[in-house]
Design a protein around this ligand. Structure first.
Ligand SMILES: Cc1ncc(COP(=O)(O)O)c(C=O)c1O
Length: 406
């Protein structure tokens, strides 16, 4: 059993807004419902932005975590660029108003059609995962009538810094990479580092800086350091990644270099997790001995993280007459054996019709939802200074027929 299945959640979490608002949203838009608060998003973006004083820094939101256009628009309006992992991320980013020069692409295993599409979209900064991907990109760009002036970087694979990862290029391959690029008149100007998602220890990033700079200096044309995402988020009140400490450390080290290096930061979960909750309603309560088994009208297909990674989010309820707390499992509305939204939560006695809030669901929430188990996806709502509004419609069963030929 993984650690997260044994979380023993004795901490009591508070919902982000009143019960009256939760009930109104659920009755207006239906249940289950993703709800995002624009103010929390903008405060988080501002906090991250202000934490890094380095003058040549750019922030790019990693939209793998959340591709809702209304949210992407808020991020774009806050002055951030976009970080794309797939052509689909770029497609959504362009629709949201990010210009192609504000999009950084770091992907893996692109086929020719992907490369062609990204070039057509005029993405100007790519970080490549392997020499063969670099070669394919260079060959394709070399075969084009007009030369392609993309900035090229390499995603680093270095067991000491990136752990045991399939992704990236080893420093010993840099020389060969340079040769490949030069054959097409291109230069490798960037080093991309991704520490691994959800790393809460600030030191895991600060301690990597000097070594990364040394590795980057193996690239004769180095001018950009992309420090990736992976910055942790304090789910269930866990360790907090210290943006200010990280900002001070990276600023000090880069400022000491003889020529200015551009810094790219591409936060995903750390930027957006906290502004979203998934609201659901209790539809069944039973007791297995001392354990409360609560059935809700959502499922791990609406919020896949617990089933895929085993990382439960905190679950909050509103005041009830019951001041005691009981070990509670929150179960989804299917018989799938992993359909738990939370286990060993510490909650009051609940009853049918009560609302629950699955907190910090803004990242890898809707974006990882699927039609596995054939439940249509929830709606999404944004609360901003003007009130609340639907930003994605609830699906109905017709979605399950999409593309089927019969
Ligand atoms: C290259 C890259 N950057 C950024 C991210 C976002 O990561 P996180 O949400 O952990 O910040 C990812 C996630 O897969 C990624 O692959």
């Amino acid at each position: 059993m993984t650690e997260s299945l044994l979380q023993n959640e004795t901490k009591i979490h508070s919902p982000p807004f009143s019960e009256a608002l939760a009930k109104r949203l659920l009755s207006t838009y239906g249940s289950p419902l993703y709800v995002y608060q624009a103010e929390i998003l903008s405060q988080t973006l501002e906090h991250i932005t202000r934490s890094i004083d380095y003058p040549h820094v750019q922030f790019h939101f990693a939209s793998v975590t959340n591709g809702n256009i209304a949210l992407l628009q808020l991020i774009q309006q806050a002055g951030w660029g976009l970080h794309a992992n797939t052509p689909g991320d770029v497609f959504l980013g362009l629709k949201a108003g990010f210009t192609s020069d504000r999009i950084v692409y770091t992907g893996s295993n692109l086929n020719r059609a992907d490369i062609q599409q990204l070039i057509e979209w005029k993405i100007h900064r790519f970080n490549f995962d392997s020499l063969s991907q670099l070669q394919d990109f260079c060959e394709y760009s070399g075969s084009q009538p007009r030369s392609i002036r993309a900035e090229i970087g390499l995603r680093l694979n270095s067991p000491e810094l990136t752990g045991d990862s399939r992704i990236g290029v080893r420093p010993a391959e840099f020389e060969k990479a340079n040769e490949i690029a030069q054959q097409q008149g291109l230069r490798i100007t960037g080093l991309h580092f991704y520490r691994g998602t959800g790393t809460n220890a600030t030191s895991a990033f600060t301690q990597a800086i000097d070594r990364l700079i040394a590795i980057a200096q193996l690239l004769p044309d180095w001018k950009t350091l992309d420090f990736g995402g992976g910055f942790g988020y304090p789910y269930r009140g866990g360790a907090v990644f210290d943006w200010r400490e990280f900002g001070a450390a990276i600023t000090e080290r880069l400022s000491a270099l003889s020529s200015p290096i551009e810094l790219v930061i591409e936060p995903g979960r750390s930027a957006i997790a906290g502004c979203g909750v998934l609201l659901a309603k209790v539809v069944s309560v039973k007791w297995l001995g001392y354990r409360q088994i609560v059935g809700v009208d959502t499922t791990v297909s609406n919020l896949s993280v617990p089933a895929v990674h085993g990382g439960y989010r905190a679950i909050a309820t509103w005041e009830t007459d019951d001041v005691s707390r009981h070990e509670t499992d929150i179960c989804g509305n299917t018989t799938y054996s992993r359909d738990y939204l939370g286990r060993n939560c510490w909650l009051p006695k609940l009853k049918i019709g009560d609302a629950i809030a699955i907190l910090d669901s803004g990242a890898y929430g809707y974006a990882m939802s699927s039609h596995f188990l054939h439940r249509p996806r929830p709606a999404e709502v944004l609360i901003d200074a003007k009130g609340d509004r639907l930003i994605r419609q609830r699906e109905d069963y017709s979605i399950l027929l999409n593309g089927q030929i019969f």
